[in-house]
Design a protein around this ligand. Structure first.
Ligand code: CP
Length: 338
């Protein structure tokens, strides 16, 4: 396995194929250990993982904390409402404070896009050894979710051994609010790195035409060149036509506030046109996998019948796979710092 090259993880835009392979191989090993009955290992004993979640989270926060505990790290959890943020301390000073307490990795979620770049820059400027791991920043990026989504798809399509190349030329349909989704942006980088043909499907207000150029535009704070993508992006406004040709579907959560912003005429009409139902799924004659990053709006973007009864609905697999993926990320960052 390569020497892990990143001190901080902000985005998948600068992930090489070797980076993805390092994460997936390690996650697969942690998974195999767990399946053999070894849930906890001493790999990060004596290290400190601090979770700084300035935004709500069920999956990501608990999954990172569990991943850290499974590696025997100490885990410190920050609660914004009872912290000195309420006395006016800045987010940057909060991060510096936790670094001074000895945090090896800060796992950060915040509503501002690119904020993890700012925090990491400040920490590096004071020669801090602490790594920053983005757990979702604004609309920009959610790298651990992107990785676990792609890992889930690779596991589904692989025969016996894990083979990321199974995604090459697969038609992956992403439905919904791509424009306001950090998950979708991370999925686009990861899927295209492995040569998937991505179809984005939704109304123009949620998927503007210019999204077709997404992979050509690195983030404003990106210092490294984006990795060359092998896949393609197309945009479709017809869910029925897209479903017919898809090899897998990722459904995105509809953020209901988009109706207030006049981006949708009504939730019901969105649901009628773009909600995933068994009837629409039956247009595809294969039992294709269905993913959703969660939390789900039942019977809005995805029917309860699909969530509860469709055999290849992989939502719970995604949650389970999040733990070994996050174990791998915490482990690799710690090894980088050694
Ligand atoms: N998928 C995801 O980020 O879920 P949470 O908001 O619950 O962490």
């Amino acid at each position: 396995m390569q020497i892990w090259p990143h001190k901080h993880i902000h985005t998948l835009a600068n992930f090489s194929i070797e980076d993805y392979e390092s994460v997936f191989e390690l996650a697969n090993r942690f998974d195999a250990l767990k399946n053999a009955g070894t849930k906890k290992i001493p790999a990060l004993q004596g290290t400190l993982v601090t979770s700084l979640f300035f935004e709500a989270s069920t999956r990501t926060k608990n999954s990172f904390e569990l991943a850290a505990k499974r590696l025997s790290a100490d885990v410190q959890t920050f609660a914004p409402s009872s912290s000195s943020l309420t006395k006016g301390e800045t987010i940057i000073d909060t991060a510096i404070t936790y670094s001074a307490m000895g945090a090896d990795t800060l796992v950060i979620r915040h509503s501002s896009s690119y904020i993890t770049f700012e925090i990491a820059k400040k920490l590096d400027a004071i020669n801090s050894k602490t790594s920053v791991l983005n757990a979702g920043d604004g609309l920009h990026s959610h790298p651990s979710q992107g990785l676990l989504d792609i890992y889930t798809l690779i596991k589904f399509f692989s025969q016996k051994t894990l083979n990321p190349e199974v995604l090459n030329s697969k038609k992956i349909l992403i439905i919904g609010d791509v424009n306001h989704s950090r998950v979708a942006r991370s999925n686009l980088w990861a899927l295209s790195a492995f040569g998937a043909d991505i179809i984005l499907c939704g109304p123009e207000t949620l998927i503007p035409d210019e999204f077709i150029n997404f992979l050509k535009n690195p983030a404003p704070n990106q210092t490294e060149d984006p990795v060359k993508s092998r896949g393609s992006i197309t945009i479709s406004r017809s869910l029925e036509e897209s479903i017919k040709i898809a090899d897998a579907i990722i459904v995105l959560r509809l953020q209901k506030e988009r109706m207030m912003e006049n981006l949708l005429s009504s939730i019901d009409s969105y649901s009628l046109d773009y909600g995933l139902t068994p009837e629409k799924l039956s247009l595809n004659n294969k039992k294709i996998p269905i993913l959703h990053p969660g939390p789900i709006n039942r019977d809005i973007e995805i029917s309860s019948k699909v969530v509860d009864r469709y055999p290849n609905c992989l939502i719970n697999n995604q949650v389970a796979n999040g733990i070994p993926i996050r174990m791998a990320l915490l482990y690799l960052l710690q090894k980088h710092n050694k």
